[in-house]
Design a protein around this ligand. Structure first.
Ligand code: HEC
Ligand code: HEC
Length: 299
């Protein structure tokens, strides 16, 4: 806080407290005050008088108490502009302290797990339990609490991997994230007819029905453009995250329209990096959990 703002806040706070105290004493002095007797305001109608009754004592003390509390609070805790309070308390310090305590408690546990390979942790119930918690807090919003994903978010339980399914590869995906990049190819396919022919060919790759003639016309285009990433057989390439188009497992849906949309707009799925968010040791545990989903655990 700049000193200008600090002074502004201090003036406001002090004026408020002084104002509240003054209000209290003013009201008491005009309403019979310490005498405790109601004063007449001089209005009288049909024998009914309007009175200015003194505040009840318990209420006055309560009010004084809140003023004393405010003054005490502002002496001990931050509140008066940039004055830090004599206790030196701050929410940041409190948070740092909590984190340090948690680190002291859990640090050795995570370090012990970090030293073990994923293949071993997938048989360790306690490790998988921690991994599951981490997953629920950090991954479930995108991949679902059952890790089965949804449109645009891959299913992590099916042992079908865009970026590779070795334990180290899965861990690397989580640590550093992945950026899929499929530009919009429709303009390069020679008009709507060209697009339809490639879609037809892609449909046949996963054994579905499509116009045979169209598919035949689409094949050379596929070989020319798509095979560079998806491979000549359409089985994908984990290096660029190009999915297998033959297994009928779809990230964006395998219908004619879904494929057409991908060709028209491109596809740019992003898995965010978690190295800085979670730290390598926690990623190791969550990777073990994810790996166990498609490779079974001890139970
Ligand atoms: C530069 C590499 C590259 C080329 C060339 C390429 N793709 Fe892709 N394709 C990808 C990547 C990477 C993805 C995954 C996109 C994502 O995850 O967001 C993808 C995704 C797809 C999908 C969605 C699969 C799913 O599971 O939903 C289809 C369908 C597809 N591509 C078809 C094609 C066709 C047809 C062509 C040729 C016209 C083509 N791709 C050319 C890289 C490529
Ligand atoms: C903001 C949403 C988001 C969050 C959070 C997220 N992911 Fe992902 N993740 C994605 C998307 C989108 C992809 C697919 C990227 C692509 O198109 O290739 C992905 C891909 C993956 C893959 C690769 C799957 C494959 O087939 O190769 C793994 C493994 C993965 N995520 C694990 C995790 C884990 C574990 C966490 C939690 C630590 C997590 N993700 C958090 C969105 C997310």
């Amino acid at each position: 806080m700049t000193s200008g703002w600090s002074i502004y806040v201090i003036v406001l706070v002090v004026a408020n407290i002084v104002g509240a105290a003054w209000l209290l004493f003013w009201v008491r002095s005009t309403s019979g005050g310490a005498s405790g007797k109601p004063q007449s305001l001089g209005h009288d109608f049909d024998g009914i008088q309007e009175l200015n009754s003194p505040l009840p004592l318990w209420w006055v003390y309560l009010f004084l108490g809140t003023i004393a509390f405010a003054v005490g609070y502002l002496i001990f805790y931050p509140g008066l502009g940039s004055f830090a309070g004599v206790l030196g308390w701050s929410s940041v310090k409190e948070h740092d302290q909590d984190v340090a305590e948690a680190q002291a408690h859990y640090g050795p546990i995570f370090a012990a797990y970090a030293a073990k390979p994923i293949s071993e942790l997938t048989k360790d119930d306690a490790a998988l339990h921690i991994g599951q918690r981490l997953f629920a807090n950090n991954c479930a919003p995108c991949h679902g609490s059952d890790a089965r994903g949804g449109l645009g978010f891959p299913d992590l339980t099916d042992n079908d991997w865009k970026w590779g399914g070795e334990p180290e590869t899965v861990e690397k995906t989580i640590l550093d994230g992945r950026k899929a990049m499929m530009p919009a190819f429709a303009p390069a396919l020679g008009g709507p007819q060209g697009v339809e022919s490639v879609i037809a060919y892609v449909m046949t790759l996963s054994g579905r029905k499509a116009d045979a003639q169209l598919a035949e016309a689409g094949k050379p285009k596929f070989m020319q453009i798509c095979a560079a990433c998806h491979g000549p057989e359409g089985k994908g390439n984990p290096v660029v995250g190009a999915p297998n188009l033959t297994d009928n497992i779809w990230l964006y849906g395998g219908s004619h329209d879904a494929i057409a949309e991908g060709l028209a707009k491109g596809r740019f799925g992003q898995m965010p990096a978690h190295r800085d968010v979670l730290g390598a040791e926690k990623v190791h545990l969550v990777a073990s959990y994810v790996y166990s989903l498609s490779h079974g655990s001890s139970n």
